[in-house]
Write a protein that binds this ligand. Structure first.
Ligand SMILES: C[S@@+](CC[C@H](N)C(=O)[O-])C[C@H]1O[C@@H](n2cnc3c(N)ncnc32)[C@H](O)[C@@H]1O
Length: 209
């Protein structure tokens, strides 16, 4: 099965309906990751099918739980989950926050090549970043444990009256128990990623202030 068919099947399994043009841009993003990976070491994944499932589908599987329209992806790396989300939700404004210079350069290039007019790249550490309006959703994947996530990025949700959303693997019992006040767990959603057996969860955190 070719990659375009695998993408279409995965999107159907996720219940996400996208124009052909957007599907083509998702594949273009995948190709960009593979091209830049040779020099920038963006991901350990090399096989296109693995990037499709473990990065693109993994990012899009959380869509039903994410409230727009102002999103910040903390420690975005190669743009995950921020770029897939921005591609399929062009009406959202997505900030990709990444402190590593090389990765931020990749993100700028991806923004230009994919014509992501709804994306802004901020090459800064999250703890130093302030935004005038704050965010509806402050999201992270493979960034830190929950306690550090709220310590470093919690202000961005407080400022915007929003939520933090942490993408996790197995149900994170210990991390949940260590969440410091004033933050409270609002929900832990199990997430099913097409083609992936491994467990995934999305932890929604509310600033209790
Ligand atoms: C393990 S990577 C995960 C990247 C991406 N979210 C993913 O799921 O593939 C964590 C990223 O967070 C970035 N990072 C670490 N500390 C940061 C900070 N304080 N502020 C912003 N980015 C940070 C790193 O440079 C790295 O790219």
């Amino acid at each position: 099965m070719n990659l375009a068919t695998q993408l279409a099947d995965g999107l159907a399994a996720l219940g996400v309906s996208l124009p052909d043009e957007t599907q083509a841009r998702l594949l273009q993003y995948l190709a960009l990751i593979r091209k830049w990976n040779r020099v920038h070491n963006l991901t350990a994944m090399r096989e296109p099918e693995m990037i499709l499932i473990r990065h693109l589908f993994d990012s899009l599987a959380i869509l039903p739980h994410i409230a727009g329209s102002r999103i910040v992806d903390v420690g975005s790396g190669a743009g995950l989950p921020g770029i897939p989300l921005a591609l399929v939700r062009p009406e959202w404004q997505v900030v990709l926050l990444e402190s590593n210079h090389k990765k931020a350069v990749f993100l700028q290039q991806a923004r230009i090549e994919l014509k992501l007019n709804n994306v802004e790249i901020v090459a800064e550490r999250v703890e130093n970043f302030r935004s005038a309006s704050g965010f509806d959703t402050v999201i992270s994947r493979a960034f830190s444990d929950l306690a550090d996530f709220v310590k470093l990025a919690g202000h961005l949700a407080i400022e915007g009256g929003g939520r933090l959303a942490a993408m996790k693997g197995v149900y994170p019992h210990e991390e949940l128990a260590q969440l410091p006040p004033p933050f409270v767990i609002e929900n832990v959603f199990p997430v099913v990623v097409p083609g992936l057996e491994a467990k995934r969860h999305l932890v929604m955190i509310k600033p209790g202030v």
